[in-house]
Design a protein around this ligand. Sequence first.
Ligand SMILES: NC(=O)c1ccc[n+]([C@@H]2O[C@H](COP(=O)([O-])OP(=O)(O)OC[C@H]3O[C@@H](n4cnc5c(N)ncnc54)[C@H](OP(=O)(O)O)[C@@H]3O)[C@@H](O)[C@H]2O)c1
Length: 332
Amino acid sequence: MEFRHLGRSGLMVSEISYGNWITHGSQVEEDAAVACVRAALDAGITTFDTADVYAATRAEDVLGRALEHERREGLEIFTKVYWPTGPGRNDRGLSRKHIMESINGSLRRLRTDYVDLYQAHRYDYSTPLEETMEAFADVVHSGKAHYIGVSEWKASQIREAHALARELRIPLVSSQPQYSMLWRVIESEVVPTSEELGIGQIVWSPMAQGVLSGKYLPGQPPPAGSRATDEKSGAGFIAKWLTDDVLTRVQRLRPLADQAGLSMAQLAIAWVLQNPNVSSAIVGATRPEQVQDNVKAAGVKLDAGLLKAIDEIVEPVTERDPARTESPAARP
Ligand SMILES: NC(=O)c1ccc[n+]([C@@H]2O[C@H](COP(=O)([O-])OP(=O)(O)OC[C@H]3O[C@@H](n4cnc5c(N)ncnc54)[C@H](OP(=O)(O)O)[C@@H]3O)[C@@H](O)[C@H]2O)c1
């Protein structure tokens, strides 16, 4: 494994981190979840990402149990707050009340006294940013989180939050956006602003939820057990990528991966790590063998010719519009 600083902070994270959205507490049974976490640890992954909302809070529980007997100082545990965790109108968003309640629930489920990074899972247009940042400051100053991050915030929102964080003396160090060969919306605004402010990207769905592994073939039913067959939640999220145009172009990447001596999954993960503002790529997995495949992308350098050839193939199906970095206009 290779390690990078999280933005300009002193915190080191593994280049590849393990995330448990859709899988833990939902798509996969607990023994498979624990086996994936074990494989991640064995491969040198130290950074783990979850959220209060995943599998209606069960994902944090599963991760907490899986990591319970590890040396806490050897791990970086990240979680998030914003999406609904209960039926009440205050069980969501970034109000002071919900942040204070949610961090306590997350720590209980994760079986830890603190998280390394606490992230705003979206921007909350119905709470003053000052209220959110002051609540985050209290979370940090009480020792329940060491660093603060945001997810899917626009460049202007990151800039405003960063200024408040400086005033409140808390470290806002990260942004967690979707980023892959097929989704490059952060490149024109979020990345330059983040570079200027010392904020690093921890990117999600670097494999476009498994699509860039090449296992979904145009015109064919999805492979058994894959996310596209998970009617509980995965199938709905991955559907947007399962078009013949995308899948045909993804198959055209296969010879490029072969030539570079990489699996297609490794090529996809290595691709996001070529961006120096990316601190870590968060990868999901349903089986330990996937983790073992994916971690080999750490430290891989892709040459300019290969990057250009990838661009030429995927450009027509790649999204680049910075306006696609968005949060719900009203609380969900
Ligand atoms: N901040 C946010 O709003 C946000 C949103 C989404 C995700 N995230 C974070 O990002 C993490 C990763 O997201 P993601 O799971 O969508 O990422 P991903 O790495 O693009 O996709 C992971 C999925 O692809 C399949 N896969 C993984 N390795 C494979 C391999 N080597 N070969 C073939 N298939 C493979 C597995 O699904 P199957 O085996 O089921 O096909 C796996 O669950 C999440 O766990 C979460 O921590 C954050």
